[in-house]
Design a protein around this ligand. Structure first.
Ligand SMILES: *Cc1c(COP(=O)(O)O)cnc(C)c1O
Length: 348
């Protein structure tokens, strides 16, 4: 893959020559065309943005072949789903999700005043869909399904997910969080946009933060049937998505093939790091996202500290495992080197 990856930003005074592999960011700098769109918009910062995100919504409707009324744009996908929680859940009601999964779920559930019902992952680190269906009660107002799952990178396949959706009462929305959809290469992993036509309660969540590399601008969107989309839309924070974010997202859709080349290069790197880690005896589950999960249990903090000593900022979940974002080749090389040293010395 020829797409060049830029060097790590060594000018940031807080972290000299370190690689941030802890938040699943895209290691590529924004495309020139995207920066140009943002710069052009910056001359109009005295003006409010379009509160309806009309142009971006129209472009997304074209891109995904869905009616514009089915799209809700918001300040990050976490912002969009917060609108849904405000519309749906209030004090004492329940939100079901797998655990461990994305840390945003308990936070926004708590902000809505609702109660979290976390359902432990089944072995090996996948959603336990039977247990999740069993956890749905009359008080359940929302279910999250994270596919691929953050932080484990594992996926639910089409048949299993359909069987689950068939069991969920039709008045309970299921949010299918596909923040990493563009990194999926497994052909049996369903695409939520194809699935939602069959399930009026399915809400597909997508973001410009990861594959499209716009985490700093805060823009994401949901695709859902009109009644749910309209409910979400009525809880929009006025002017919540900046004009810079809208312009950058539109420019990114124009440059999509260039951006997806970068995603392909990251998928290649994911393969290389995964194989490298397995070669040295590290039991890494397959990942369909832009990160890998090292289920190190009690060694988690020790390994994360070893990484930190070599300038690699990774994400430890003490007692469970370490999540490492796939970065540029230099940082990935360093991950492999640190892991090789660590595992050769921690083995008898
Ligand atoms: C990163 C991430 C998000 C957050 O996306 P934003 O659009 O930046 O808010 C949502 N869900 C999952 C699972 C994520 O990992």
């Amino acid at each position: 893959m020829s797409a060049p990856i830029t060097k790590p930003d060594t000018r940031t005074p807080a972290c000299p020559v370190s690689y941030a592999l802890s938040t699943n960011e895209n290691p590529y700098r924004p495309l020139r065309s995207v920066r140009r769109a943002v710069r052009a918009e910056s001359g109009r910062l005295n003006r409010y943005p379009d509160p309806s995100c009309a142009e971006l919504t129209a472009r997304l409707a074209e891109r995904f072949h869905v009616p514009a009324e089915h799209i809700v744009v918001g300040p990050g996908s976490i912002g969009v789903v917060q609108q849904l929680l405000r519309a749906r859940a209030s004090a004492g009601e329940e939100v079901v999700y797998a655990w461990r999964s994305f840390e945003g779920y308990p936070i926004i559930t708590q902000i809505a005043g609702a109660r979290s019902v976390p359902v432990p992952l089944a072995h090996p680190e996948v959603h336990d869909l039977d247990a999740m269906a069993g956890a749905i009660t009359n008080h359940t107002r929302l279910v999250f399904v994270c596919n691929p799952n953050n932080p484990t990178g594992t996926v639910l396949r089409r048949t299993a997910l359909r069987r689950f959706l068939d069991r969920v009462p039709p008045d309970v929305p299921v949010v299918l969080d596909e923040a990493y959809r563009e990194f999926v290469r497994d052909p049996d992993t369903p695409d939520g946009v194809e699935l939602y036509g069959d399930y009026p309660n399915l809400v597909v969540l997508r973001t410009f933060s990861k594959a499209y590399g716009l985490a700093g601008l805060r823009v994401g969107f949901a695709i859902a049937h009109e009644s749910i989309a309209a409910a979400m839309g009525s809880y929009t924070v006025p002017f919540g998505v900046t004009a810079l974010a809208q312009a950058a997202a539109i420019a990114s859709l124009h440059a999509e093939s260039e951006l997806l080349d970068r995603v392909e290069a990251l998928v290649e790197e994911r393969r290389r790091v995964l194989n490298g880690l397995r070669d040295i005896g590290c039991p890494v589950p397959g990942s369909e996202a832009n990160f890998l999960w090292l289920p190190l249990g009690e060694q988690t903090v020790e390994f994360a500290t070893a990484c930190g000593g070599e300038g690699l900022i990774v994400r430890p979940y003490p007692g469970e495992g370490v999540r490492i974002t796939i970065g540029d080749p230099a940082s990935n090389d360093r991950v492999l080197r640190v892991a090789a040293e660590y595992f050769s010395s921690s083995r008898p």
